[in-house]
Design a protein around this ligand. Structure first.
Ligand code: SF4
Length: 309
């Protein structure tokens, strides 16, 4: 415990020395979340990156998030403590695959979930997160055909929520897809006093049963936190990556939060450790850059995301 505190102090001192702001995603390990300047979801952290006053942004999250920060904060140095922290969802579509899909659907508008590479964003008209995906779809004229990528489950949920027919890419996040309807059914039966908070990327979110119960709420991670804080209920079951439980416990103290599936752990998010964060600040590594021509095109789609909802 003392070793963790000493390391956290070392990281804070280095951050001050290096004029760095530390951004951490909700799925980061608790000891990283606890020392970050800002903890949030992709949308919240994108906004923080765009507004950052510091000269350096250290992004404790996965690679596409650091890329997004680099695009939104040109002229700043963006560091990621481990460059191998990837994302199975972002890896499910390449720019070449998107190019072929667009060619097969001329005139369609492309809406990309933020979990995509900079090259895929550059080929997109809009980006969105789970926090504003519905608002982004609703901002597009109803007669306009939409290609939605890369998450199958989020796409199916959006169709249900907006009443729009979308063309959906068949990608998925292995962590969220691993949360199955059976996990929810078990918990619904075992915890009749609990509210169920489900992320729309979950394999269960598109199932009718998830919507059939008034105790079930489909929410982004930031939405889960706001809901739990405002709710009069005391017990919550959480269907997303388990890192969010730490923040829920801090933001809504005295309430009880339990994962529906304890194995819902993103190994990529957990690649960021305090030691790697310290080394990143100390040695100014690993710098994340995006080629200017790609960044310019991706920025348009990302700025639309940051502006909506
Ligand atoms: S939880 Fe899934 S979508 Fe999120 S970073 Fe990990 S692999 Fe990607």
């Amino acid at each position: 415990m003392r070793a963790v505190a000493a390391l956290q102090e070392e990281v804070r001192a280095l951050a001050r020395e290096r004029d760095a702001v530390i951004l951490a995603h909700n799925y980061q390990v608790p000891e990283v979340q606890d020392l970050a300047d800002f903890v949030g979801d992709s949308l919240g952290l994108s906004r923080q990156a765009a507004a950052a006053a510091a000269g350096t942004i250290v992004f404790c999250g996965v690679h596409f998030m650091a890329e997004t920060a680099a695009i939104l904060a040109p002229g700043k140095t963006v560091l990621i403590p481990d460059p191998d922290a990837g994302c199975s969802l972002a890896a499910s579509i390449t720019a070449a695959e998107l190019g072929a899909w667009k060619a097969a659907n001329p005139g369609a508008v492309v809406v990309s979930y933020v979990n995509t590479s900079a090259e895929v964003k550059a080929e997109s008209d809009y980006c969105c997160t789970s926090g504003n995906a519905k608002a982004v779809i609703e901002a597009i004229p109803p007669e306009q055909e939409i290609l939605f990528l890369p998450d199958l489950f989020l796409g199916l949920w959006l169709e249900r929520e907006t009443g729009r027919k979308l063309k959906i890419w068949m990608g998925e996040c292995h962590v969220h897809a691993g949360i199955r309807p059976a996990d929810l059914e078990r918990w619904q039966a075992e915890a009749p006093d609990a509210e169920l908070l489900v992320h729309p990327e979950c394999g269960c979110a598109s199932q009718a049963m998830a919507f059939a119960n008034e105790r079930t709420h489909i929410l982004s991670t930031e939405g889960m936190i706001n809901f739990a804080k405002a709710s009069e209920k005391r017990r919550f079951l959480v269907a997303t990556e388990v890192g969010i439980l730490h923040r829920l416990g801090k933001e809504a103290p005295g309430k009880r939060f339990e994962p529906v599936r304890e194995a819902a752990v993103c190994k990529y998010m957990k690649m960021i450790t305090l030691e790697k964060l310290r080394d990143s600040l100390r040695d100014r590594k690993h710098v994340v850059t995006v080629p200017p021509e790609i960044a310019a095109r991706a920025r348009l789609a990302i700025e639309r995301m940051v502006a909506i909802g």
